[in-house]
Design a protein around this ligand. Structure first.
Ligand code: ZN
Ligand code: ZN
Length: 409
């Protein structure tokens, strides 16, 4: 059966390319009910690769709702410490991690937003002391996604449920290169290509990028000592891993105070289940000083008012218009996919690892070098067949890097 074969290839891609699990290592695997068919295949592939143990962590959507609906206040104010200790013990014992996401975009729509924020804050404070295992590459990790009923419905509202799920699988297989004969090899090639651009940009150390497209005429200086990222990362022990499947972007940190001009988004932005469409910004000295939106104006207004940093850019990412995700021709309503379909920017926080020495630098130093700080990081798409991007070296030399929406070289 074709689907079974594709699922098998997907699981193999996760183990070999995503987390790159080696014989003698162990795996922490997380997923919900909709993720089970892929998770079972991943367990097979993990043991076949020589895993010493697979620890499966089940999360149930309905149980999560039950906790929110019936949990007393104190439930959201503390986090089981033994869980943190167990995770740390596993990280130290050569466990690596895979998350299979099968998101329901509206799962928490009836839950009080403040309660969710409180629970998330408690959880992120609890896991903060063990985040460095993944962030520094001690632990290899990978995130992949499979359809949930709710997600499939949101992408294909006009189709009967079964067909919508089948269609979303097909699109996910295309976007992740699982539909190709040998996805692991296809990713080797793809990773090489991303590395080629990343290395080129790091070597050139461009001063600024200028974007031109209908509704867009924008000058973006890059942060001092910015670092371009893309594709796989090396783990501390050496073997590389791919933290997001799919990933198509080469990205770095803009100088948050040196962005000027107009910028028009080319795809709608789905934010907390609400859609913002036909929108754009005017930037002056990095700050959004004006904006418009045909749909979702108030959602965008709220987003920009989150904190001071929400009005400034924190990421600039290059993705060719001709890429497997963009070629699926659909909007996935999911950041893992949509942000990899198109050139994008993010409003809000910059990634410290997209700055030279960023893992050791203080936030103050990073801010001084132009890396934006905020509690939000929201990507929006600006790519399309008409986008032209020119890069400028420090001596003023121009290099055309994007032409008609694709790499110019
Ligand atoms: Zn990005
Ligand atoms: Zn981003």
């Amino acid at each position: 059966m074709k689907f079974e074969r594709e699922l098998e290839k997907y699981a193999e891609l996760v183990i070999k390319t995503g987390v790159n699990l080696k014989a003698g290592e162990a795996l922490i695997l997380g997923g919900n009910e909709a993720a089970l068919p892929l998770c079972r295949k991943i367990v097979e592939k993990a043991y076949a690769a020589g895993a010493k143990h697979v620890e499966f962590q089940y999360s149930d959507d309905q149980m999560a709702i039950a906790r929110y609906e019936h949990g007393h206040d104190f439930v959201f104010e503390s986090f089981p410490q033994w869980k943190i200790e167990a995770m740390e013990a596993m990280y130290k014992d050569n466990y690596h991690q895979v998350f299979v996401s099968a998101p329901d975009p509206e799962l928490l729509k009836d839950i009080d937003g403040e309660l969710i924020a409180k629970a998330q804050k408690t959880a992120s404070q609890a896991v903060a002391p063990i985040m460095h295992y993944r962030m520094t590459g001690h632990t290899k990790w990978s995130i992949v996604a499979v359809p949930s009923e709710a997600w499939a419905k949101s992408v294909f509202p006009e189709l009967p449920l079964e067909e919508a799920i089948d269609q979303l699988w097909v699109k996910i297989f295309e976007a992740t290169r699982v539909d190709q004969d040998n996805p692991v090899e296809a990713w080797e090639e793809h990773d090489k290509s991303l590395k080629k651009y990343k290395d080129y940009f790091n070597e050139k150390d461009f001063e600024k990028l200028v974007y031109k497209a209908p509704g867009t005429d924008l000058e973006v200086y890059l942060a001092d000592g910015h670092h371009w990222m893309g594709g796989s990362k090396a783990s501390q022990a050496g073997p590389k891993f791919v933290a997001n499947i799919p990933t198509e972007e080469v990205f770095t940190t803009p100088h948050c105070l040196k962005v000027n001009g107009t910028l028009k988004a080319t795809k709608p932005l789905s934010l907390n289940g609400k859609l913002i469409d036909n929108f754009g910004f005017t930037f002056k000295d990095g700050q959004v000083v004006d904006f418009y939106a045909e749909k979702g104006y108030d959602v965008l207004e709220k987003l920009l008012a989150n904190d001071e940093g929400a009005k400034y850019l924190g990421e600039v990412a290059l993705v060719p218009d001709d890429s497997p995700i963009s070629n699926t021709g659909i909007l996935f309503n999911n950041t893992l996919f949509d942000e990899n379909a198109s050139c994008h920017f993010a409003l809000g926080r910059a990634y410290s690892y997209a700055m030279n020495g960023g893992d050791k630098a203080s936030q103050e130093e990073l801010t001084q070098r132009g890396a934006n700080f905020s509690l939000i990081h929201v990507d929006f798409m600006v790519g399309g067949p008409e986008l032209e991007i020119t890069a400028y070296e420090k001596d003023g030399t121009e290099v055309k890097i994007f032409e008609k929406g694709n790499w110019a070289f």
